[in-house]
Design a binder for this molecule. Structure first.
Ligand code: BGC
Ligand code: BGC
Length: 806
């Protein structure tokens, strides 16, 4: 109990100041940022990466290349801003498709054909015979981080936090191989994975990209995933359906202060080695061809400029002979650098800069830096040799691309889906079971919850779009939702499953499976400030309680990237399954839940918190006091002790937990309050779904209805393209403006029933809001008679229809 208070006290200490993700650090970093290579584990890329025949071919090729052609190799542009014909003037070494970048001439959500055509179009220009041009194949990279997740119809594997629960390196290898086959079949040569991060603070939005908080578990997967993607050392090549891998993000991405994305890892060199570097030795030894530098810093020094780590440790002590790629404009964060100019990053040891939109300037400034002597030619030669080495080993100099002809049979194949389904089943962790599981196959089951029949929700971020938002059922041909999997299993057993997202039913079911949890998110947007699930508005809990009150046994299937504080939801459930973000093969859930043919296998790879303030709850940490420890997981065979009724005190200050929800289901949640000034009155009225679920604001003259609270720092939310989302109904049309702080806009409120308005936070900033300190996140003002009914008011990621009002 003591720990709860300590956590709360720490949080409360910060509560007086402006709260927000960009909270200032309590103390200056101060620690060392220069590594001592001799303290690091020795490793070495396999000999086959540097065979003499290939090295001789590289030497011959480089002898013919101009400075411009060499520098071009060191720069990667994003296909959202490079055209194939640009390569004639700017001979770039690589292109990537960022999470939201579409293939040429097609929408972002596209099947394999346009991706193959895009790869061919770039390569055609890179390889064309032109006077004075040395043809070097271009390398095409994507974030194939849970399957080839940019391509419509691909198999989507569970995200890494789920895979950690399997404790199964052999299955990891098969997942890697299937991912590679689906990536090569789309014309792509390079997957930006595996993520070998060891997340230490679960508030970090990228925690789910890590296999575990435990370095040994991450290390046990590193070689298997690298070899799965690339093939074993010496067996490389896209001709065989393999791709180059990229171990990322080097180094310390999972150790940043307060779990802030792209933040600062304030840890000693010992911790950097023992915790954060654990996966890199096995990855290098297994022959990983590329390593991606981290956006983050180590004790204040950005990794993209850390020569001691990129060069002395990674290439020196760890004997890494592949190349180091940068992260998305990561170089621009170095002092004195911009998106388009950064010799310092190459000097530190970066071999290829990811310059999505700044590639043109980056090319010109890097050429100039070599000419002026700022960047030594020897460094350029070393970088280019490494890049060409990887291109040879990835098979790019061999024009044969048999896998592209197999796209129809490889992408989303039954065999790959079976591997994913196995991974889903093996990664489920049973946290509580009072006996309702397994469900009897002949029973009548209600399948409820807003995520029950939604492949987008069960797939999380990095799914067709960067943040995983905006997806609909038609984007997932061949996939199976959790509901569909349960329905098929019940039918096969002679029972029934009825889908009912809101939990209503005509005939009382034997049990209900409720699927709910976090919505998809990726970088930045996934950062939270406490571990409380649904702070402010416990809508999932309300559904669980409603079913329980009706006497229906409840099985919770919780979708999340990380452990969250869900004590109230656990109390309201008869069984509780942590299902993570399982991906496209929802049937794997039914394989374990229905009939008991398959037992639970998953064991927590992240410790589960007892209160919402246990941000850095990690195995082996000081005062370790989890609700469910690392390694916990019940099964049918080992039922374990019953879970008692748990404390529902979150242990954190509500003002820290809730920074985004201003009105929901009939109330303004803490720490916010509604204040009325002038000729405006409020009263509770019904919303579309609940009695007194909405508030009516009625003006008879000039007046303002404001939501006030502690000052919020909404800079990150603004930069991450979040919107203010208002669900409303016009009762009496009138001149109502909408403000955030001092930024005011005039929306065109639509008549005719319930409507959703989304205004990008950027619009309020453009209109004068100081988003770094917002004490009044929402204000509705009118100058004369008007009546507006509001049923929901929050910050949200869904981009649909979000534009600045004129
Ligand atoms: C992410 C990387 C990713 C890259 C390319 C960055 O923002 O940090 O993990 O590989 O973008 O999309
Ligand atoms: C891209 C991502 C990238 C991110 C970095 C997005 O627009 O689609 O791939 O990681 O920007 O900020």
């Amino acid at each position: 109990m003591k720990r709860v208070f300590r956590a709360a006290a720490v949080l409360l200490a910060g509560a007086g100041a402006a709260v927000g993700w960009a909270q200032t650090a309590p103390s200056a970093p101060g620690g060392a940022s220069v590594a001592h290579p001799e303290r690091w584990p020795a490793a070495h890329s396999p000999a086959s990466l540097k065979d003499p025949a290939t090295e001789a071919r590289i030497t011959a090729l480089m002898a013919r290349m101009t400075l411009e052609e060499k520098v071009g190799q060191m720069i990667q542009g994003d296909i959202g801003s490079v055209k194939p014909e640009d390569l004639r003037r700017y001979p770039l070494g690589s292109v990537l498709a960022g999470g939201s970048s579409p293939p040429l001439g097609a929408p972002d959500r596209a099947p394999a054909a346009p991706w193959i055509a895009t790869a061919r179009a770039f390569n055609a220009v890179a390889m064309e015979a032109r006077p004075g041009h040395v043809a070097v194949p271009i390398m095409f990279g994507v974030d194939a981080v849970h399957g080839n997740n940019n391509v419509v119809g691909a198999t989507l594997f569970p995200h890494n936090s789920a895979l950690g629960a399997m404790r199964d390196p052999e299955l990891i290898r098969r997942i890697g191989a299937a991912t590679a086959a689906e990536t090569a079949a789309a014309g792509i040569d390079w997957a930006f994975g595996p993520t070998l991060t060891v997340p230490q603070d679960d508030r970090w939005g990228r925690a789910y990209e890590g296999y575990s908080e435990d370095p040994a578990l991450v290390a046990s997967y590193a070689a298997a995933m690298v070899e799965g993607l690339q093939g074993r050392a010496g067996d490389w090549g896209v001709q065989k359906g393999h791709v180059a891998a990229s171990a990322k993000h080097f180094l310390g991405d999972g150790g940043t202060f307060e779990g802030v994305d792209q933040g600062d890892a304030r840890v000693s060199e010992e911790v950097l080695i023992a915790t954060h570097a654990a996966g890199y030795k096995p990855a290098v030894d297994a022959g990983v061809l590329t390593v991606m530098a981290s956006f983050s810093s180590w004790n204040g020094a950005k990794m993209h400029g850390n020569r001691s780590l990129l060069t002395d440790v990674l290439k020196g002590r760890m004997g890494f002979d592949g190349f180091v790629v940068g992260d998305w404009n990561g170089h621009a964060q170095l002092p004195g650098c911009t998106n388009a100019d950064c010799p310092a990053t190459f000097a530190a040891g970066l071999d290829m800069a990811m310059a999505p939109d700044g590639w043109r300037g980056m090319f010109d400034t890097t050429v100039a830096a070599v000419k002026s002597g700022k960047l030594p030619m020897a460094r350029v030669d070393d970088a280019v040799r490494r890049i060409l080495r990887v291109k040879f080993k990835t098979g790019l100099f061999d024009p044969a691309r048999p896998y592209e002809n197999r796209s129809a049979t490889e992408i989303g194949s039954a065999a790959h889906r079976a591997v994913a389904r196995e991974a889903v089943a093996k990664s489920l962790v049973l946290l509580k079971n009072d006996g309702v599981l397994p469900l009897k196959a002949g029973a009548n089951i209600l399948v409820a919850g807003d995520a029950a029949d939604d492949v987008g929700r069960q797939s999380g971020g990095w799914t067709l779009s960067w943040q995983g938002d905006g997806n609909t059922a038609k984007d997932f041909p061949g996939a199976t939702s959790i509901y569909a999997g349960i329905a098929a299993a019940m039918k096969a057993g002679g029972g029934t499953a009825t889908l009912s997202p809101d939990g209503s039913f005509a005939k009382k079911p034997d049990a209900a499976v409720v699927v709910f949890g976090e919505r998809p998110y990726a970088e930045m947007r996934g950062d939270v400030r406490t571990l409380e699930f649904e702070p402010g508005d416990k809508q999932s809990l309300a559904l669980l309680k409603k079913l329980k009150a009706a006497g229906v046994p409840v099985v919770s299937v919780f979708l999340s990237g990380r452990p969250l504080w869900v004590n109230p939801e656990l109390n309201a459930s008869d069984a509780f399954v942590a299902a993570w973000f399982p991906g496209s093969e929802g049937a794997g859930v039914a394989d374990v839940l229905v009939g008991g043919r398959r037992d639970f296998n998953g064991k927590l790879s992240y410790s589960w918190p007892r209160n919402a303030g246990q941000f850095t709850l990690n195995r082996g940490g000081a005062g370790y006091d989890p609700l469910f420890p690392f390694g916990y997981g019940l099964s049918y065979a080992a039922r374990g002790a019953a879970v008692p009724t748990l404390s529902e005190v979150s242990g954190v200050d509500a003002s820290l937990a809730n920074t985004s929800l201003f009105f929901a289901r009939g109330r303004v949640p803490a720490p916010f309050a509604l204040k009325l000034d002038g000729a405006v009155k409020s009263r509770a009225v019904d919303s579309a779904s609940a009695q007194e679920g909405a508030v009516e604001l009625a003006w008879t003259g000039a007046g303002t209805a404001r939501v006030t609270g502690p000052a919020l720092n909404l800079e990150r939310e603004t930069n991450a393209d979040l919107n203010l989302q208002v669900t409303y109904r016009v009762e009496r049309a009138g001149p109502v403006t909408l403000a955030m702080g001092s930024g005011r806009v005039t929306p065109a409120w639509k008549a005719g029933g319930w409507q959703v308005l989304r205004v990008p936070l950027k619009c309020f900033r453009d209109a004068g809001a100081a988003v770094a300190s917002v004490a009044e996140p929402v204000a509705f003002a009118a100058s004369g008679p008007a009546t507006l009914v509001i049923s929901d008011l929050r910050l949200a990621t869904d981009p649909e229809g979000a534009v600045c009002p004129k």
